[in-house]
Design a protein around this ligand. Structure first.
Ligand SMILES: Cc1ncc(COP(=O)(O)O)c(C=O)c1O
Length: 285
């Protein structure tokens, strides 16, 4: 497998980054994950805009790592044999003697690779997950897509240890998002999800789902549900580049609604699959 590293294309086994890289030392680094369908990156412009926003929020100077990401993404997407997969892009503040303050003029480290989808979700059963509820132990800038993910790692591991797939995160009594996904609850027929703020990552899949909901005439309220609203919800969904749109059938071992994916999920899932096929066929970006 060839990976992109600082302007070069190198076999993954021989790609090297300094042990003094700030991504390694401080987690001083941001990233993106872009799904690919039919060799076409999904919502590439939005993903690259978010990468730029994460870099700006982290005070990273783009001039220290010039790169034309669309060309890198196109080349990586071509390497995916089945045409479907995930692009991973990472930018760190570069290698420098260990001091917290920004180094002067250290070139950014730029890394990217592609991997096939582990298993292409087939049918709606692959889009059913279970979840637990946890306190949101993360920092206050969840809108920055940083690789400093130890809190998310601990939360996902807690979910796995308890036999679930995802952790839904509560802060100040509200369910803002999941450890690796955005969260939607259907309450009284209305689709509820947290508004964009520093408390969530503005998911690209979330944005697509909000667009599809508008097209389908599903009423939406961008206000994070309370814990009680989550518990009493008719349906709960999560969205992410990896999982697409998934129905949460059980939370903390108790069924959501009747414990089966509900009608709002079915409509959004069907619409998302159709949207994806349009991307695959080049009918839309
Ligand atoms: C914390 C968090 N929220 C939301 C998302 C969903 O974002 P996207 O739909 O852009 O993949 C992710 C994806 O990894 C995430 O880690």
């Amino acid at each position: 497998m060839l990976v992109y590293l600082n302007g070069d294309w190198i076999p993954a086994e021989s790609a090297r980054v300094s042990v003094f890289d700030r991504g390694f030392i401080f987690g001083d680094s941001v990233y993106e994950v872009i799904p690919v369908y039919g060799h076409r990156p999904f919502r590439e412009a939005a993903h690259l805009a978010r990468l730029k926003a994460s870099m700006a929020a982290a005070g990273m100077d783009e001039r220290l790592g010039p790169v034309h990401w669309p060309a890198v993404c196109a080349r990586l997407a071509e390497t995916l044999q089945s045409g479907d997969g995930i692009l991973y892009l990472q930018v760190t503040r570069g290698a420098a003697p260990r001091q917290h303050g920004f180094p002067v003029n250290a070139p950014l480290t730029l890394f990217a690779y592609a991997r096939p989808r582990v298993s292409e979700p087939a049918g709606s059963a692959a889009h059913e997950v279970t979840a637990i509820v946890c306190d949101d132990i993360r920092w206050g800038r969840c809108d920055i897509k940083t690789t400093s993910l130890i809190a998310n790692v601990l939360l996902v591991q807690e979910a796995l240890t308890r036999g679930a797939d995802e952790a839904l995160l509560i802060r100040d009594g509200r369910v803002n998002e999941g450890a690796v996904s955005n969260v939607f609850a259907v309450c009284d027929g209305q689709l509820r999800t947290a508004a964009r703020s520093h408390l969530i990552l503005g998911g690209i899949t979330r944005d697509v789902v909000l667009e599809l909901a508008a097209q389908l005439g599903i009423s939406v309220l961008e206000c994070a549900p309370s814990r009680d609203e989550l518990t009493g919800a008719q349906e709960v969904l999560i969205t992410s580049s990896g999982r697409e749109v998934a129905a949460v059938t059980h939370i903390d071992g108790r069924p959501v609604g009747n414990g089966r994916p509900g009608p709002v999920f079915d409509r959004l899932h069907t619409a998302f699959q159709a949207f994806k096929e349009d991307v695959r066929m080049g009918r839309r970006a």
